[in-house]
Design a protein around this ligand. Structure first.
Ligand code: ADP
Length: 464
């Protein structure tokens, strides 16, 4: 509780203003207010986008981090220490800029710290690639952002970081802690702004590699820009979207399955690339099982991220909100809405919702919010639905709830997904022992937090 109180204090009072981290001679871009997704009347601070001149300066001065491996390790550990010491401000920014609930913020800080210490402890004995552009998303503005940067830095690269436009302030704060710990400014520069800044930083021949987490569509644009402008063979490390399924058969323990589903589909308001999107329930248990699930949904609390009772905070911005709202409205008008719970009628909240589908093939795209699609299946259809799941082309996470051992073996071998979860929630990774990453349209291996990941950031990648 001490920690939570410490987090609340700056949450109420803090105002962040961007400080130029580069030599910004004359930035023509005026500072713009960053939004609080849970409260349209509040802004946690302002930030000016990187100008063309900033980008040019960053590219000119970028220099690989050539400190000895031991020093890099010590400094990355120091960054981890500083993250832990500054947890109050980090929690405050996670809540106020990204809408993260307190438990989500705690988990995110933990993961960021784990990345720093794990990559610091596993520095590869190889030359760096050179200058890496790291482009990060808003949904894990601390963990994914730190994971990419610390991997690139551990391997001795220079980093140009382009955080998501929705969450620049936490990136500013985190980068200032990295500089404070001793990462040289020439080895780590922050270039906030919209996708156009990312586009500039992935299409300049002075860039040697790119780490990207975001949508599959943007990853494809980056791949094309790199092929045209960067040296042949420049690495692209991409983590992208998913259409994640879970199968619950009639032998599953219902309480365990319901809890796992609620966490997998609705935590972080469903704004995780790993989140469960399409649930298959065996037909003979479907009716009572879905009743239990809707009962559990009714107990969820949707609200302000800083309230300790909140299970489901806001979605990130107006565009996200309206896209999800239209999807739910379409399902309602087609008579496919199975259940939704009450939502606060202000702010960008979306009620956890169930929508009926025939199967994952009905889902044309990833709906990045607390919306779960539900289909039923007969036992003889198991292989067909596995085929449908694989046919989406994505392959990020998959869940299975069953008490039939042979089925565990059969299904987990047949489904193509980077992370497979059996009889537990379909969430997360453990840095060092359970790395995270997708297959197919969901990403290019090796997995983050795993032993081979850093080889992608070196000039002589080990053969996989
Ligand atoms: P999301 O759905 O997570 O917002 P995006 O792929 O749109 O996914 O964004 C992820 C990151 O990619 C953000 O930092 C965004 O600004 C950046 N981005 C968007 N378009 C481009 C682009 N054409 N080139 C490089 N980066 C981009």
């Amino acid at each position: 509780l001490d920690g939570i109180e410490a987090a609340r204090a700056p949450f109420k009072s803090h105002k962040w203003t961007s400080e130029p981290l580069l030599a910004r001679a004359a930035n023509p871009n005026a500072p713009e207010a960053v939004e609080n997704p849970a409260d349209s009347g509040d802004s946690p601070g302002t930030v000016a986008s990187a100008s063309e001149e900033d980008i040019e300066t960053a590219l000119t001065y970028a220099a690989p981090w050539n400190a000895p491996a031991e020093e890099r390790k010590a400094i990355l550990n120091k960054v981890a220490d500083l993250y832990e010491e500054n947890f109050g401000q980090l929690f405050a920014l996670l809540a106020r800029e990204a809408g993260k609930s307190m438990p989500d913020a705690v988990a995110e800080l933990r993961e960021a710290v784990d990345f720093l210490r794990y990559y610091g402890a596993n520095i590869p004995d190889a030359a760096p690639v050179g200058t890496f552009t790291c482009i990060s998303p808003w949904n894990f503005p601390l963990a994914i952002f730190t994971g990419q940067i610390s991997a690139a830095l551990a391997a001795g690269n220079a980093v140009l970081s382009k955080p998501a436009e929705q969450t620049p302030l936490i990136s500013h704060f985190a980068i200032s802690l990295m500089h404070q710990a001793g990462v040289p400014k020439a080895a780590l520069q922050l270039l906030p702004g919209a996708g156009s800044v990312g586009a500039a930083l992935t299409s300049d021949p002075r860039v040697d590699g790119v780490a990207f987490t975001g949508s599959t569509a943007t990853a494809m644009k980056i791949r094309a820009a790199m092929a045209e402008n960067l040296a042949p063979g420049a690495p692209l490390i991409a983590e992208t979207g998913g259409l994640n399924a879970m199968i619950v058969d009639s032998t599953a323990l219902p309480e365990q399955a319901v809890q796992a589903i609620v966490e997998s589909a609705f935590q972080s308001a469903g704004q995780r690339c790993s989140a469960l999107r399409c649930l298959y329930v065996q037909e003979d248990i479907a009716k009572p099982f879905i009743q239990m699930l809707t009962g559990a949904m009714d107990a969820l609390s949707v609200g302000q991220p800083w309230q300790l009772s909140t299970d489901c905070g806001p979605v990130i911005d107006e565009l996200a909100w309206s896209g999800i709202a239209v999807h739910i409205q379409t399902a309602r008008s087609e008579g496919r809405l199975m259940h939704e719970i009450a939502t606060p009628n202000s702010g960008r909240f979306i009620a956890p919702t169930l929508i009926r589908v025939n199967g994952i093939g009905d889902m044309k795209r990833e709906i990045f919010g607390p919306v779960l699609h539900v289909a039923t299946f007969k036992s003889q259809e198991l292989d067909k639905i596995i085929g449908d799941i694989n046919a989406t082309g994505y392959g990020l996470t998959f869940g299975l709830m069953t008490r039939i051992d042979d089925r565990v073996q059969h299904v987990t071998e047949a489904v193509g997904a980077g992370n497979i979860y059996v009889n537990r929630n379909q969430i997360g990774a453990i840095v060092g022992s359970q790395p995270f990453g997708g297959e197919g349209l969901s990403g290019t291996g090796p997995k983050a937090g795993g032993p081979n990941y850093l080889t992608r950031y070196t000039a002589r990648p080990a053969t996989q």
